[in-house]
Design a protein around this ligand. Structure first.
Ligand code: ARG
Length: 599
């Protein structure tokens, strides 16, 4: 397809010197494979776009395709044989290290910072968005040839530790120092959460509840944070213990989600020894101003941000923003990145505007490299989730519930299935993760169980089902057909499929339904590129649904293993099945979803 696109572009460039040529994808394969919108060129030449498109249709010739003027668009529509050849070859003959849609190394470095939960809080459904959007962005950037660094800016420092230390010393240290038992003052922990981390979370919730009526407790918490920053050994030891408890728990969840980071050691606390040098740089650059009660602030009015950036509190303690500034400076030295993506909720838009503005003032190198990719918050029908108030939905509960619903369906429909438990987990995850990706990144999501773990409609399981159905056809075809769609366990973002030669005769896939499927497969590389451009997985998720849907039309209308098929016809149709299975498996994998071979 790339070669045909190139020829089309060259012909257009020859016919329209001085005009910038950009091609689009027509809405359906019936219109064509590539479209040239004539508006801009027509304006430049002082012509009518409809007329220009007709003139071009008459003057350009491309082997294997027809040029059709459709109003102001000039469409290149490939002959069925040419389209099949182009798409199937791109998928089946791709070298294993560079599958369909992947690009060669481009020498650029991207940091994707994602997930970044606060320690001592439990992983909620709210954390899923940053974690899985970030994971997909990291996967896709790597697939597109970037050198990717996956960082997690764990919230392992900050005033919330003051709260935890105060609560722990008040209510747990004497009786329950290892946090091994339930507290007598709290509801017993639900069975699957009888963990020290959950008890820490209960302490946190209690402290915030009581602090409302007893403001002196706030000073107690502040005092503990100050002790921590001043290196008090008791505060330090407890902090370390809480941090380790949390990391163990987070790692378990990341393993379950199949998400990994370069390191979990570059959280907020990591930058502690860099806070003084950071303040020094800010001072030297003449940016610091004295604010209320001895606080240090940086004014940003001159760059259109009305709220100043607070970098140090009156009591001398650092804040969230200071650690973000230190982190950015560190990353410049350690990675020298081209792009740094922060996958963080829309509630922190102002924070990142401030951070980026300060960095730009400090060092022009940062200009244009920093990008906040905000995502909408997950809300409950009754309003915002709040860890402090304890009304949250835990991510693991959602994954468990999704898995159980799938398991019940398997039990009913296919009780003989091998590896039932593993398949139920893959489908449950597929439902939850895909649901998230199908939502616009920036809009808030209202969580309801039925929507998030739905199995029908445009869902992950629908795409996974299309894949499994193809695999079942390939198994029935015998020989090594199924093996051609499989690959060894993937490492990194690339599923390493072996090169498979194309059948010589592709007449078997000339039918309109087969052509419609080929057209949707042809749309995958641009959908993957759009994930990196728009910093969201939605275009890929939608395109996978389009492929799965057109597969279903193909399967119904073009019998694959019918006894009356000639061997050539059968081979061509099976080759299209292999290509579709590979494309679905690879696409899901980029999103962090596994595709079972049977379900
Ligand atoms: N830990 C923060 C939170 O839970 C998110 C951190 C985002 N990243 C950053 N560099 N500030 O809200």
């Amino acid at each position: 397809m790339d070669a045909l696109r190139h020829t089309f572009e060259q012909q257009l460039a020859a016919a329209l010197p001085d005009v910038e040529i950009t091609l689009e994808r027509p809405k359906s394969g019936e219109l064509g494979d590539l479209a040239f919108p004539c508006f801009r060129a027509a304006k430049q030449l002082g012509k009518n776009p409809v007329q220009l498109s007709q003139e071009l249709a008459a003057s350009i010739h491309i082997e294997g395709g027809a040029l059709v003027a459709a109003g102001p668009y000039l469409n290149l529509k490939l002959a069925p044989e040419t389209r099949a050849q182009a798409v199937l070859s791109a998928i089946l003959e791709a070298p294993p290290g560079r599958p369909y849609g992947a690009r060669t190394a481009n020498g650029k470095k991207v940091i994707v910072e994602y997930s970044s939960p606060n320690i001592a809080k439990l992983f909620t459904i709210g954390h899923l968005r940053s974690t899985m959007i970030g994971h997909a962005l990291a996967q896709v950037h790597q697939f597109l040839g970037y050198e990717v660094h996956r960082l997690n800016h764990l919230g392992d420092w900050g005033t919330q530790f003051g709260t935890l230390l105060a609560a722990y010393t008040r209510w747990a240290q004497a009786e329950n120092p290892e946090l091994e038992q339930d507290f007598d003052w709290a509801e017993p922990a639900p069975e699957k959460r009888r963990t020290p981390l959950f008890r820490l979370f209960q302490l946190y919730v209690r402290f915030h509840a009581e602090e409302e009526s007893d403001p002196a407790m706030r000073d107690e918490a502040r005092g503990w944070f100050k002790r921590l920053e001043d290196n008090d050994p008791t505060a330090r030891a407890l902090w370390k213990q809480f941090r380790e408890l949390s990391l163990t728990e987070f790692q378990r969840i990341y393993d379950r989600l199949g998400v990994r980071f370069d390191t979990l050691e570059q959280g907020e606390a990591f930058y502690e020894d860099q806070l003084v040098p950071t303040m020094k740089r800010l001072t030297e650059a003449g940016l610091l101003v004295e604010g209320d009660k001895g606080a240090r602030i940086i004014n940003l009015e001159d760059v259109g941000i009305a709220t100043p950036c607070l970098v140090q509190k009156g009591d001398g303690t650092s804040i969230y923003a200071t650690r973000d500034l230190a982190a950015a400076l560190y990353r410049k030295d350690a990675y020298g990145f081209d792009r740094c993506l922060y996958v963080v909720g829309t509630d922190q838009v102002l924070h990142f505007q401030q951070i980026f503005a300060v960095l730009n003032k400090l060092d022009a190198w940062f200009k244009g490299r920093m990008l906040h990719t905000p995502f909408g918050m997950v809300k409950l029908p009754e309003g915002k989730m709040s860890t402090r108030k304890g009304n949250v939905i835990f991510l693991e509960d959602v994954l468990d519930e999704a898995r159980e619903r799938v398991a019940a369906i398997i039990e009913e429909k296919n009780p003989e299935l091998k590896d039932k438990a593993a398949v139920a987990e893959m489908l449950g995850m597929g439902a939850v993760v895909f649901f998230d990706a199908m939502n616009d990144r920036v809009k808030p999501i209202t969580f309801t169980w039925d929507r998030v773990i739905a199995l029908d409609g445009d869902t992950g399981p629908y795409v996974q089902y299309a894949h499994a159905r193809i695999m079942s056809v390939l198994r029935r075809a015998g020989g090594d057909w199924a093996a051609r769609a499989q690959a060894g366990s993937p490492m990194g973002p690339i599923v390493p499929f072996a090169v498979t030669p194309l059948p010589a005769d592709l007449d078997g896939v000339a039918a309109p339904e087969a052509q419609a499927l080929l057209f949707e497969l042809a749309g995958l590389p641009s959908a993957i590129a759009a994930v990196a451009d728009g910093c969201m997985a939605t275009p890929l998720a939608r395109q996978l649904v389009a492929v799965a849907r057109s597969f279903s039309g193909y399967y119904t209308n073009c019998p694959i293993l019918a006894p009356e098929n000639t061997p050539e016809m059968r081979d061509a149709r099976l080759a299209l099945c292999v290509a579709t299975a590979r494309a679905l498996r690879q696409g899901l994998f980029l999103m962090g979803i596994q595709a079972p071979d049977e379900m």
